[in-house]
Every structure is written in C-alpha cells, then in structure tokens.
Design a protein around this ligand. Structure first.
Ligand SMILES: [Ca+2]
Length: 171
C-alpha cells in the first residue's frame, strides 16, 4: 500500500504547516524505490522485507511529519518489528525520532499510520520502553528518545523531531 487507507480530512492539519526548505535527503538510485527514497531491508520473523525510506529533516511536530509524508504519497514510517525499529533508530543517529503510531483518534488505542491497524498488546510489550506507553497527559504520539532504543508515548507538539517517510518498492 502506497499511502494510508484511513486518511481523513483534517488529520494532518491541526497546526499550520510551515514547509521546510529541503525536507528530505534526496537520493537517486537504481533501486525499486522512487526518487528521494532509499531501499532498506529488515526482518520480520524469517522473512526479509524490503521497504523505501526517506529521512525527514528539519525537525518538525508530529502533524507536520504526517503531512509532509502524505504529500510524497508516503506514510510516517512504521516500526512494527524490533528489527525495523532498530533500523530506524540506527538511521536517526541518536536524534529524537517520530514513529508513525498514535492514539489521537481514540485514547489508549494506538493505531499505525501505515494501515490504520491497532498495535497488539504483545507488540506494545515488545516495542515500547518498560512502563510505556504511560498515557501521560496528552501523550497521543509515539517517538524514540535517545538513549532509548524503544518507543514511548509523548506529547505531539512539545518537541520537534526528525522522522522517516516510508513507502513500498514500486509505489
Ligand atoms: Ca509516555
């Protein structure tokens, strides 16, 4: 799927978007990924998955990252497995990083931006820092805050962060 199926009007428009000048590392290559996106591989169980990522800079609020990815017919990158999460964390090089997962629609129901599916309790246990998500006040968005290598819920517009836009090969 090339872009979220559950996109709804206004989802990415809660604050005015100031478009960064050069919003991604722009790379051309001969991979199956479209211009601006780099092909990466990660593991999901025994399977090797190929995906396309574009580093998003400068740092922005969550909503802005959603919108900038959507405008590229991509989605704010998922981290549905430990291996994928480790890949994103490695690529982010110690910086604050948004993950495409939030409970903005329904409190305590975290939904992947990629496909609108709800994260399972087992995956929450696996992918979040122990004790997280703690559903602190207005912590509706999900990020990795180094030196953590796992996720936590955070306020969507307290900190600006880097992000990755993701799409599938061939999209
Ligand atoms: Ca939290």
């Amino acid at each position: 799927m090339c872009r979220p199926i559950f996109w709804r009007p206004g989802y990415d428009t809660e604050i005015p978007v100031v478009r960064p000048g050069n919003s991604s590392l722009y790379r051309f290559g001969n991979s199956a990924c479209k211009p601006g996106f780099q092909e990466y591989h990660y593991h999901d169980g025994n399977k090797t998955i190929s995906t396309c990522l574009s580093f998003g800079a400068p740092k922005v609020y969550y909503w802005v990252a959603l919108r900038l990815c959507s405008e590229q017919n991509a989605f704010l990158a998922s981290a549905k497995t430990l291996d994928k999460l480790a890949l994103l964390v490695q690529l982010a090089q110690g910086n604050l990083l948004w993950v495409g997962l939030d409970d903005r629609n329904e409190n305590k129901v975290f939904v992947w931006v990629e496909d609108g599916t709800v994260i399972s309790p087992e995956k929450m246990e696996e992918l979040f820092v122990p004790g997280e998500p703690n559903h602190g006040r207005e912590q509706d968005c999900v990020a990795v805050k180094p030196p953590d290598t796992k996720m936590r819920d955070v306020v969507c517009a307290n900190s600006k962060m880097f992000y990755f836009c993701e799409t599938k090969p061939g999209c």
